[in-house]
Design a protein around this ligand. Structure first.
Ligand code: B12
Ligand code: SF4
Length: 467
């Protein structure tokens, strides 16, 4: 039987999976998103356990010091980690600590960072095996016989998410303090203001086909079939029967794609789910404009209450620079539609949908007027959670790779972590943006509102968001 710290005293398996995140995120978290669970870890541990390979679990999020972590990672032969760029600093330090404590142990790391920044990881001797790409079809063999593989391993994925097992959510780390335990709803997840708890995070699709230069996931995540609608509903019903579901977060990078799948979702979710749980999911302004009826049906019939849209900017110039393939007009169309739907639903006593509006500031090439236009766009949203961050040049993305190559990125392996207000690119006037968010230019922004309606003048103050 596998177990998780802090209740365990001695290793039961020789293999340890280390969940990554900032120290203390499951002890005394600064926000709800840090407490969300890692589906890569959940999926691969489920596959390992289904194949008879039991792993123990520790989490950097469940400790508040490296000394505490050291006690939990001693005595193991293999350390497994899912490394993303924003967890790379913690992964690096953990790998070194593991090798100090277990000089004959093997560190095997996979995850996004291995795929997009292999060079960086290859330089570090402590990483014994580095797996690029998906791991579901290789993890069992790799762990059974690491010697049969070269140091850098090409991962193998499933053709379709239909082949993925249902994650055994009890293999996820537990909240690690009385304070977090109270509201965590483990093995489901805590609420974050988008819908009632317990929250289920779930994936229905893996990759987004667009190529925004700050993201372009499809250049490094292989395409794979979407999870069948029935399987998603079955999992939600199973979790509801077992734990009771309050609301759902669909973690897909792009939920609003593939109209055939979405039509089936509209047909089956309201009929077959034990309850039409409200959910958070992501879309794009241009496709909302392209398929407005489909969008409206999703909002009204399936309870899509928190609509995440990567608006990013309110200026055509910047949208083009980002290869966003959305225009100011597309953005305005989506905003007006959601404003109207919200009014109608409210008039019928229903909860109106709300935007989770992703906005980037400090994009190289952005002028103050571009930023003012973005703020005006934000003010034309009647019901909105603004999610504003300073642009971050992540490796793997076209613009990120370019800025890193030009020596303009301020993100380093000690500081990949994305704090929304960190300074991330050389030459950006961050002071201007801080003043903008503190309201210094409000009269200018409001003057330019023109035909747009300005809702809530304090809308974006203090709204730099970490996720
Ligand atoms: C859900 C999600 C979130 C959620 C939850 C994160 C969580 N707890 O897991 C939230 C909203 C909180 C979030 C936040 C952020 N995220 Co995010 N997120 C995602 C998303 C959409 C899905 C992740 C997922 O579950 N994937 C599915 C699982 C199964 O895949 P996986 O974890 O990669 O694991 C597979 C492989 O990597 C491999 N593997 C993994 N580990 C191992 C280990 C071994 C040994 C082996 C062999 C293989 C292996 O096998 C697995 C199965 O195939 C991804 C995009 C994507 N489609 O993956 C972005 C993504 C991971 N996020 C990203 C970023 C940048 C962020 C943010 C920094 C936001 C931002 N854009 O500024 C923040 C940071 C939060 C923080 N803590 O500071 C980037 C990471 C880029 C990078 N280079 O690492 C991604 C890729 C999106 C993107 N294109 O920009 N995110
Ligand atoms: S930013 Fe959004 S739309 Fe653009 S590639 Fe990434 S997930 Fe797709």
């Amino acid at each position: 039987m596998a177990f998780s710290w802090p209740w365990a005293t001695k290793p039961k398996s020789k293999i340890l999976w280390l969940d990554l995140g900032d120290l203390g995120d499951l002890v005394n978290p600064s926000g709800p998103h840090e407490q969300w669970q890692d589906h890569g870890l959940g999926l691969l541990r489920t596959i390992l356990h289904e194949n008879g390979i039991l792993t123990d679990l520790a989490s950097t999020r469940a400790v508040t010091s490296w000394e505490q972590l050291a006690k939990q990672i001693q005595g193991y032969e293999i350390l497994l980690m899912n490394v993303r760029s924003y967890t790379y600093p913690v992964a690096l330090r953990s790998a070194k600590l593991f090798k100090e404590l277990n000089p004959n142990g093997l560190v095997m790391a996979g995850g996004m960072h291995a795929t997009v920044a292999l060079d960086e990881m290859v330089e570090v001797a402590e990483f014994d095996k580095i797996c690029q790409g998906p791991g579901e079809q290789i993890i069992v063999d790799l762990v059974k016989d690491p010697g049969a593989f070269p140091r850098v391993v090409q991962g193998v994925g499933a053709r379709s998410m239909a082949e993925w097992p249902m994650i055994d959510r009890t293999l996820w780390p537990k909240p690690a303090s009385w304070k977090t335990k109270r509201n965590f709803n483990w093995p489901l997840e805590p609420e974050c203001g988008w819908g009632p708890g317990p929250v289920v995070t779930i994936l229905t699709s893996r990759v987004c086909p667009w190529q925004c230069v700050f993201c372009n996931e499809n250049s490094y995540i292989p395409n794979m079939g979407r999870r069948p609608v029935e399987a998603v509903i079955d999992e939600l019903n199973f979790l509801d029967r077992k734990y009771g579901v309050g609301s759902v977060v669909i973690h897909d990078s792009m939920f609003f794609q593939n109209p055939k799948w979405l039509r089936e979702w509209i047909e089956k979710y309201p009929r077959k789910a034990r309850k039409v749980w409200p959910y958070w999911a992501a879309g794009r302004a241009d496709t909302v404009r392209q398929w407005p009826d489909l969008f409206e049906a999703l909002v009204k019939e399936t309870n899509w209450t928190t609509i995440s849209i990567g608006f990013e900017s309110g200026s055509d110039r910047i949208l083009r620079l980002l290869n966003k393939e959305c225009t100011e007009e597309d953005n305005q169309f989506a905003i007006e539609l959601v404003n109207r739907l919200g009014d109608e639903m409210e008039a019928h006593g229903r909860t109106p949908p709300k935007f989770w509006s992703n906005i980037m500031l400090g994009i190289p090439g952005e002028t103050p007027e571009d930023a003012f236009k973005t703020m005006r766009m934000l003010k034309s949203m009647k019901r909105v959670f603004p999610s504003i961050s300073f642009y971050a040049p992540y490796p793997g993305s076209a613009l990120g790779n370019q800025l890193i190559a030009e020596g303009k990125s301020l993100m380093s392996k000690e500081n990949y972590h994305r704090f929304p207000d960190d300074e991330k690119v050389k030459g950006i006037d961050y002071q201007f943006y801080r003043e903008l968010l503190a309201g210094k230019y409000d009269s200018e922004i409001n003057r330019g509102l023109g035909a747009l309606t300005g809702y809530g003048s304090e809308l974006y103050e203090g709204t730099l968001i970490k996720a």
